[in-house]
Design a protein. Structure first.
Length: 207
């Protein structure tokens, strides 16, 4: 079971309310290019993300707008921004996540939550999920990378929706550790959540 892998940089999804605060009333995002998932796109617009200690400029806005603003960062961004108790979450799971401030050309938006480190996941349509024998919310592993730096990513969450196309999302830091590039393919491995008591890797290791 091979899956397309694409890497995510830090980026942000804005609500209609926050889009208006940052760019002006009735502002419409300008499409830069489409993403793999139908209807999703990278916008030409960028914003600045500010934390307790620092800020990150030119954070790409992804469209279309969502019900709730969500910013996804990488682990190294945590130290630069000064994020306390960073949360690794699936998209949309924002309750109790980290606060942050967004700075746009027309104003700012202070958020009490919505800043997360994205948990690695796989998008699947129902037909492919049934063919592979997996369900929404199930954990699998994905093997990918250069032969000399091959990596198995555990705790990859299956997300099933009729509007999805098969695609695995990890962030640039995870991808760089194994020499993985956008458009590479990974091998999906089924796991039974039992791990080796010696090395704590997947069941079936040779430790």
């Amino acid at each position: 079971m091979k899956i397309l892998i694409n890497l995510s940089n830090h980026h942000i999804h804005l609500s209609e309310e926050d889009l208006a605060k940052l760019f002006g009333e009735n502002y419409q995002l300008q499409k830069l290019h489409d993403l793999v998932q139908p209807g999703q796109f990278a916008a030409k617009e960028t914003v600045t993300i500010k934390g307790a200690k620092g800020e990150i400029k030119n954070v790409r806005v992804l469209g279309p707008p969502r019900k709730q603003t969500q910013c996804e960062i990488m682990l190294s961004d945590v130290f630069h921004l000064g994020v306390e108790n960073p949360q690794i979450r699936l998209s949309g799971d924002l309750k109790g996540s980290s606060p942050f401030t967004i700075i746009g050309p027309a104003g700012t938006a202070k958020k009490s939550e919505g800043l997360i480190i994205a948990k690695r996941h796989i998008h699947l349509d129902p037909k492919t999920a049934k063919k592979w024998g997996v369900e929404h919310g199930q954990e699998v592993a994905v093997r990918a990378g250069l032969e000399e730096r091959n990596i198995v990513f555990e705790d990859v969450i299956i997300r099933v929706n009729e509007n999805f196309l098969p695609e695995c999302h990890i962030d640039f830091e995870e991808g760089n550790s194994g020499g993985i590039k956008n458009g590479d393919k990974g091998l999906v491995l089924m796991i039974d959540n039992k791990k080796c008591e010696i090395c704590f890797s997947l069941k079936g290791c040779r430790a």
